[in-house]
Ligand binder design. Structure first.
Ligand SMILES: [Zn+2]
Length: 282
């Protein structure tokens, strides 16, 4: 199997034994890659302070077997995004996005658009104290990630009976999103979906157009608290439906939001919870 040399973001890491580190990378050309950095805790020459969450690195590795961990031989720091770790609001939101990518993207499946979006997102989170419309822009990133992961729901037909939804416009332009189907259902089917909630045309429009927004346009977009709340609910329901699990980082984020202040243990707890490697190693 080949050697691999690429740029990547560090989306998860955990200690392994006395000197090794298991890391999950999201690379430019191969998507998510689970790796082991042997001797990383000891070798400052091969890993000069480069293995931190959110960092963009350039790495050399070796894929011994398609199902085995990729062995990282060398890793150089390209962009550390250190500010994310220093601002709790950035850090908690950043961890939520790391968990999304870690849980919802397939191993070694190229997704260059998602790689570029992570670069935009981490640049944004690095400058949080200077960003206006923080929550709007977080919602936009959320919608874009949903789309790039292929989770955007079918919007033209009811997922229960197949009815064409465009015919229902007369009923206040409200759509019914059903978490149990991961998409929209028509008014006639809604009683069979007790957990369904209303989503307005504005939120559907955002979902349709999110993939076209670059950093410049994202700065200009602003929307109502109603659309913001609907968008968050829709994205989280979709993520839960597709991944089959609830997001641990989201619980901390929501607690942080509800308390409207900093929970002293939030960052520490988040750090532990997002360590998600499949080997159960922390
Ligand atoms: Zn229906």
């Amino acid at each position: 199997m080949p050697r691999v040399k690429d740029n990547a973001f560090i989306i998860n890491k955990s200690d392994y034994g006395e000197s090794d580190i298991i890391i999950t990378l999201f690379s430019a050309s191969r998507g998510k890659i689970s790796c082991i950095a042997k001797g990383a805790k000891r070798s400052r020459k091969r890993f000069p302070g480069s293995l931190e969450l959110f960092s963009r690195v350039s790495f050399n590795g070796f894929i011994k077997h398609p199902l085995a961990l990729t062995r990282i031989d060398e890793c150089q720091l390209v962009q550390p995004y250190l500010n994310i770790q220093e601002e709790l609001k950035s850090y908690l939101n950043g961890c939520y996005f790391l968990e999304i990518v870690n849980r919802c993207s397939a191993e070694r499946q190229s997704n260059p658009a998602l790689f570029n979006l992570l670069d935009d997102l981490f640049s944004f989170l690095s400058a949080v104290p200077h960003n206006r419309n923080f929550s709007c822009r977080i919602r936009l990133f959320e919608l874009q990630i949903i789309t790039l992961l292929g989770f955007k729901p079918e919007l033209s037909h009811c997922l229960d009976c197949g009815f064409k939804l465009g015919n229902e416009k007369a009923r206040g332009n409200l759509f019914n999103f059903s978490p149990q189907t991961g998409g929209l259902v028509c008014n006639r089917c809604r009683p069979r979906h007790p957990a369904a909630f209303n989503v307005s045309q504005g939120t559907i429009n955002l979902l349709n157009q999110a993939h076209m927004l670059d950093n410049k346009l994202r700065n200009k977009v602003n929307f109502t608290p109603q659309v913001e709340a609907e968008s968050a609910r829709l994205c989280r329901a979709l993520l839960s439906w597709h991944s089959g699990c609830s997001f641990k980082s989201l619980k901390i984020l929501e607690r942080y939001g509800e308390n409207n202040g900093i929970d002293k243990t939030a960052a520490k707890t988040m750090n532990k919870l997002i360590t998600l490697n499949k080997y159960g190693v922390r």
